[in-house]
Structure formats: C-alpha cells, structure tokens
Design a protein. Sequence first.
Length: 291
Amino acid sequence: MTTAAASGLPLYRQIEADLRDRIRRGVLQPGGQVAPEPELMAEYGVSRATVRQALAGLLAEGLLEIRRGLGTYVVAPRVEHTIGGFYSFSREIERHGLEPRTTVLGLWKEAAAEPVAEALRVAPGTEVVALRRLRLAGADPLVVETSQLPAARFPGLETVDFSQARLYDTLMNTYGCHPTRARETFEPVLLTVDEAALLDQRRGEPALRVDASRSTRTTCRSSSAEARSAATATAIPSSCATDDQIRGPPDTGTRARPPATRSPRRSMRSRARAARRPQPGSSSRPPSASW
C-alpha cells in the first residue's frame, strides 16, 4: 500500500486500492476467495470496521461478491453488449477475450405451432427446423437458445454440425442470407428448472426474455428474395448477451447469464411480482439484435 499510503488516503481507501490492484494484476483470480476478515485485519493492522468499509467499496464496484455462508469472492468479468446492431454471440465473446463454445442440445424438424408460424409468416403446421443450443464463454454457460427456421427455405440445415459451425455464418455462406431487419420484445421472467440447471443457476432466478424476429434477403444475379426467421432469447438482467438467434416461439427461448456473477438477491416474493407483472418493451429497427 506504499503509493496509497503516501497519498494520505484514509485507511479503508488504502486497503480498497490495494485489493483492487491485486485483482487487476491477477493476484486475486476471478472466482477466487478473498481472505476472511480476521486475516485482513491482521495483515493490514486495522479494525474489522475498516476492513468491512474497504470491502464494501469493492462490492459496490462489482469487483467482489458475497456468497452467503461461504465468504467473499472475486467476480469474473461481465460480458456486456450494447444493443443497437446485428452481432454474433461467438464474436462478442471473443471480443471480451474469452473462448466461445457451443453444446447442441437438439436439432430436429417439427410442425410450426401457431406462435412460431405467425412469427415466420407461414401457415401453422409448416415444417420448420428447430435448433436448441447451450452457449458458453469458456466453461461458463451463458445462453440457452432455441432457433427455428423454415425447412423449405433452408434445406439440409438439420444436418449441419452446429457444435462446430456458427448459425450466422452458415446462413450467409451456405444459403446466401443477409440480415436486413429485426424486431425485439423484452420481458422480465424467472428461470425454469430446466434452464436453471443448464445455466448453473437456481430455479426462479430473474432473467430477461428477448423474443426476436428477423428478415433476411438472398440476392442472386437477376433477382432477390426475402425470408423470415425467428428466435427467442432470455438473459439475466446484468448481462446484455442475447445470442446468434433466428427466432423462437414465445414458449421456448434463450436464457443467459454473465459468467460466475450474480445479480443482487431479491426476495422470492419480489421476483414473483416482477414475473406476474412484466412490462415488456419492443423495438423495431434496421439491423439490430444478435445472430
């Protein structure tokens, strides 16, 4: 704490600065536990109140989190994205210096239910290709996603190995589709048992659902044609990660979370109120949302 001490900062600010520096230099690793208060008191020669004041500053910054009954831990970097243009989940993760990974949970053909058919502007019962994936940043699961596309417009899509191939790249390179427009609707929800298990969260954790419909255009030498696709995404509010989507029905979707971070705890009663009284918002704009 030599530099901080020389600056004349209060003791708790000096400790706060020293711990922040350790986090930034990697001495305290993301997900690692911070020394208990008695050890910090002995190390810095200060009272418990001073240690707690220093930790409070780092908690407020989002650098530390308290895990009830376990202690204080360093928070992993958040994956954040400002909505405003088409983007790829994989490329966003790479931009944050992390390794994007995908686990295919299912790839099949099915008849479009009415909500899906409406989003795709096809008749109910029309055959669609459904793709369900778990998207990860390194070892951290972020997104559970279901995408659905018209089978007639994308023949053979159900044979692609999406654990290796990216959906966005496949649509562009194999089918010549380029995104032109998108519409998104946002709604607060709670994670289901299945989604919570996949995302390593608890059932009922708050999340943000994103229903998105997109238009793509295929251009040939002498003509062009437009096709629609759809995806549903649901994300933990502290992460703006929606994903490589095409669009999903209202009863399926993508639920995401920032790696190894947790939003401030709310009571089950308040979370339930948020789910019972959602205030969805929607936006329609030129190229936006994620693929």
